[in-house]
Every structure is written in C-alpha cells, then in structure tokens.
Design a protein around this ligand. Structure first.
Ligand code: RP5
Length: 162
C-alpha cells in the first residue's frame, strides 16, 4: 500500500452514489485514495482543516463533489494549491445546472477543473486525477494507457439492433 495521493471529498452522504464513480476508476487503476464527507456549509471547520493540511499530508489531487449551492470545490481551491477537480452532482430541483454554475465560474486566481454533471463527470474526475498522477508515475501511466486502449477497443464499428 502506497501513500494516499488522492483525496475525494463530498458535501453529503447523498453525493456518494455519484462520487463513487470516481472512486471506482481509482480502484480499477490501483490508486490509493481516501473518501470523506466535508460540507462547505454544514462542516466549514472540517473543510478548512482539510485544506490546510492537504499539502503536508502529501495529497496531490483533490476531487470535490457537491450539489446545489456547490461551494465545496471552490472553497477548497481557495485553501490549498493542490489541484481541485470539481464534480457537479445532479440535483432534483435544477438537474445539476445549479451545481455546475456554482463550481465552474471561479474568479481569476483560484481555478477548479470542472467536470460534467453527474456520474460521467465523477468517472472523468477519477481519470483526470489518474492522468495528473501518471505524469510522474510510469507504472500508472502504463495502466492508464491500457485502460484507454481497452475502452476504445470495446466500441463497435457499427450499431446493432437492440
Ligand atoms: C450539498 O447539498 C451536497 O453536496 C448535496 O449535493 C446537497 C444536498 O445534501 P443533502 O441534503 O442530501 O445532505 O451540500
């Protein structure tokens, strides 16, 4: 078991079914991670403590998922220079457009790499984290290349009737 380099945080337990998609990608690629509930609104002190300690704890990437007034990724980006990948969780009220707008429109100086709304965005957050780590990890780079090749090879040339 290596050091944990990816932190996955989410605003609520209710985000986990979506954000788990990122975790599953990391599992598939053999990347260690931790997963925590850290809410910008309900547990602001937990958010602050997590961001403050992230560098010294050795994290390299943070995946932050939240829905609605989704301030978690942006607030985390304000607290640490570690790259933050934001995942807008799909909401019942506004289908996740609220989450997307809350995460994507950061002011100059504090970027959040914002993914698509929902499960695809969460999976892509896992892949984006893997790509960042693979820059300095040749074994992981090879596993990621294989994963990408396998996905490409699984796509049929022609459609078939259901
Ligand atoms: C946000 O509020 C969370 O990220 C979640 O997406 C949303 C709803 O949270 P719950 O009311 O389901 O706990 O902070």
């Amino acid at each position: 078991m290596g050091a944990i380099r990816v932190g996955i945080i989410m605003g609520s337990q209710s985000d986990w079914p979506t954000i788990r998609e990122a975790a599953e990608i990391l599992d598939t690629l053999g990347i260690e991670y931790e997963a925590k509930i850290v809410s910008a609104h309900r547990t602001p002190d937990r958010l602050w403590d997590y961001g403050k300690a992230a560098v010294e704890r050795g994290l390299h990437v943070i995946i932050a998922g939240a829905g609605g007034a989704a301030h978690l990724p942006g607030m985390m980006a304000s607290k640490t220079r570690i790259p933050v990948i934001g995942v807008p969780v799909q909401t019942k009220a506004l289908s996740g457009v609220d989450s997307l707008y809350s995460i994507v429109q950061m002011p100059k100086g504090y970027p959040v790499a914002t993914m698509a709304i929902g499960a695809a965005g969460a999976a892509n957050a896992g892949l984006m984290a893997a790509g960042i780590l693979a820059l300095h990890d040749a074994d992981l780079a090879a596993r990621l290349d294989t994963w990408r090749h396998d996905l490409s090879a699984s796509i049929p040339q022609e459609p078939r009737d259901a």
